[in-house]
Structure formats: C-alpha cells, structure tokens
Design a protein around this ligand. Structure first.
Ligand SMILES: [Zn+2]
Length: 395
C-alpha cells in the first residue's frame, strides 16, 4: 500500500536527520521544521505528492512523539523502518461519515487517495472516533484500530479532595491512607525476562534464533504494558469518580534523578538498585496517570509545588527535614504525629490542592464527613480547614 511506503519514507528521513544531527552543533529539526521540509519534498517528488499529506504529516508527529519518549527515558531511540517488516500508517482528522457499517460483520472506512476500504468488525467501532492506525502483522494480515479516549467522568459533587503522592517504592499513596502499587512482571515472568535477555546477548546478529528471542521479549513487554495501562485506567477512573478535586505533585518541578523521594536516610542497597531499575518505567506510568486523570477530571486536577510535601507534617504544618525516620515512616518531632511517610506527603498534597481549588472556585468543601451529594457553589466564607493558613506555598 502506498500510504505505508510514504509513512515509512518520511519516518526514515526523520530518523536519518536525528542520526546526522547527533554529533552536530544544534538540535535536530523539530516537527515544525520537518513539516516545512515535507512540503518541499512533496513539491520535488511526484510519487510522494501523489500520497496523502495527512498520512505523511502523521508519520512526522509519530516520530516526534517517539523522540519525546526517548528523551524522557521511557522508550528506545526510534529506529529505521523496513519494507515488509514495518507496514502501517496512521490517519487523523476522521470525519463522522468516514466510517460506515455495511452489515453486521463488515464496515467501510474512507482512506484518503485510496477510497473506501472494507474491513471485518471484531468489535464495535466506538462513537466519535477521530483517528485510526492501519498495520500489517507478521503473518501478513491487515488490521485497523480506531483510537478512542473515554470521555470525562462526572464529578461526584461530594466536596472531597484527594492527594496523590507518586513514588518509587509505593506507586501512589493516597491521602485516604491507601497505598497503591502499579503491577509489574510476576517473579516467574521477571526470571524469564532476564533469561531471554541473556539469550539475546549471546544470539548472533541477524539469526533466526535472535528474532525469536526478540519476539518473546516483546510479548512480555507488551503484557506488562497492558497490565500497567489497565491499572492506570482503573486508578484514574476511581479517583475521578470518587473525588471532586485531585491533587498531584507537579513532577516537572520535581527532579526524578534525585535519590528516591529525597530522603536523606540511607536506603538499603537493594532498595536503591530496585529504585533505579524501576524509575524509568515508573516515570512513564506517572506521566500517564496525570494525563489520563486530566482527561477524566478536566479542571479538577490540581498540580501543586512538590517542594516540601515530604518534609511537612500534615497534622501540625511544621516543616521538619529530619522527621523522616526512614523511607517509610514520618515522625513529627513537634506534635508527635507518626505515620506512613508517603501518606503524610499525600495529605500535604491534598491540603494544598484544596487551598488552590478554593482559590479557583472549584467545588471543594470540608473533607470526608460531608459526603451528602450537593451541587451548590461552595460558600465563600467557608474555607476548608488548614487552607490558606498553613504557610505552605500555594500556586
Ligand atoms: Zn506535627
């Protein structure tokens, strides 16, 4: 299919540019510059111009996304796409009439410059799809996948605010005291993963054995990705449906390269190694958690300054850098409050988010006790306890 060749050509050009620029002076051209170059290339090459411009632009956008993933440390550097191996393209800006059902099992999709293409339905096409990806699998079958992001979850209207502390040892600690762990590989899967990695290192380049080992590794990675995605979907839906306001640390400010959670207490060697191993994977999970939460609870997610969330006592508001007894325990030396360090941080985030939300007139009232659903505007004179008087920086 021409679209695949075009998308691959554009992608490979972008890979080549990145490779050339790596040793060079400035950064490689970004998407905007590449889009301009694409316009020029289309003027020059008739076969490229004969293709769909949206397919080609999308390949550039996909590449920009892949590079962003690489720089964030969550993905490998994007590599060459080969004919026969990487066949596929993505189409965006789908109009409502561009997908139609022809029978119970068959439907058609409008592909620019190709016309109507028939495909078999394996599941219903969701309403309001805007984009799709066409791919060919290893056995030569073509697949079409429609992208669909579930819409926002209505606010419960209960005035509750949640603070979420994302961390390495505990994936997400909630101000309610819940400690959530993002699923990983099982012990058996992890063993198999390491075994396969060793096999891969020994396998000759280009050998059939190497390809088989790679496939097995990719299957394990895909399984892990699916499991994590599923966890993120469930967790964000529960938060969006259970709380009017959800506070998160603004991780753009927080340096993830600092020692895990900024505790000065000596973490055990195993902990440090594990944290290092998990950090890159978790970083992507944290990003996705925030992104999906913002989709599901638009205008209800408050990002707070993470400066002192781990040092401040959530009970008395005193900042105490030495209150961290260990990785897991926060013991305030002023009010003798003791608790899980991550939950303490989550409660600080909750209090800051409440204060922010009250300032921005997002419905946020006094905590969990007023669980009666109500949709009135918050009373202007009634600020949640602790808000505005805590001495914590509010942004
Ligand atoms: Zn205290």
């Amino acid at each position: 299919m021409g679209h695949c060749a075009h998308a691959r050509f554009v992608w490979n050009l972008a890979v080549e540019q990145q490779a050339c620029w790596r040793l060079g002076r400035r950064t490689a051209p970004g998407y905007v510059e590449q889009a301009r170059q694409l316009t020029e290339a289309r003027r020059e090459f008739a076969w490229l111009a004969a293709g769909s411009v949206t397919v080609q632009q999308q390949a550039l956008r996909d590449f920009a996304q892949a590079m962003a993933g690489f720089f964030a440390g969550t993905h490998w550097r994007p590599t060459w796409r080969k004919a026969g191996r990487h066949e596929g393209f993505r189409q965006v800006g789908l109009k409502p009439g561009h997908v139609r059902k022809v029978s119970r099992r068959w439907a058609q999709v409008w592909v620019p410059k190709a016309g109507w293409v028939r495909f078999r339905l394996t599941r219903p096409v969701p309403d309001g799809v805007r984009s799709y990806r066409v791919t060919r699998d290893a056995s030569g079958r073509w697949h079409i996948a429609f992208a669909h992001i579930p819409g926002p979850v209505p606010a419960p209207g209960n005035g509750r605010a949640a603070g979420v502390d994302r961390g390495v040892v505990v994936s997400a600690a909630l101000s309610t005291g819940e400690l959530l762990h993002i699923p990983g590989l099982t012990a058996a899967e992890a063993r198999r993963f390491r075994l396969l990695e060793r096999k891969l290192a020994r396998a000759r380049k280009g050998s059939r054995r190497r390809a088989a080992v790679k496939r097995a590794l990719n299957r394990l990675r895909a399984r892990l990705t699916d499991r994590r995605k599923d966890w993120i979907e469930k967790t964000t839906t529960a938060l969006a449906a259970g709380f009017d306001v959800i506070g998160l640390e603004d991780l753009k400010i927080k340096s993830m390269t600092a020692s895990a959670r900024g505790t000065r207490a000596e973490p055990g060697r195993g902990v440090a190694a594990k944290a290092g191993l998990n950090r890159a994977i978790l970083a992507s999970g944290w990003g996705q958690l925030a992104t999906r939460l913002e989709h599901k609870a638009p205008g209800r997610v408050v990002k707070v300054d993470p400066a002192y969330t781990s040092q401040r006592c959530s009970a008395c508001g005193i900042r105490d850098a030495r209150a961290r007894e260990s990785q897991a325990v926060f013991a305030c030396r002023s009010c003798s409050h003791t608790g899980h360090a991550d939950v303490n941080a989550a409660r600080n985030i909750q209090q800051m988010a409440r204060a922010c939300a009250a300032g921005h007139a997002v419905p946020a009232r006094e905590g969990p006790r007023t669980s009666r659903p109500t949709h009135r505007e918050p009373h202007p004179g009634r600020l949640p306890s602790g808000a505005g008087q805590s001495g914590i920086p509010v942004r």
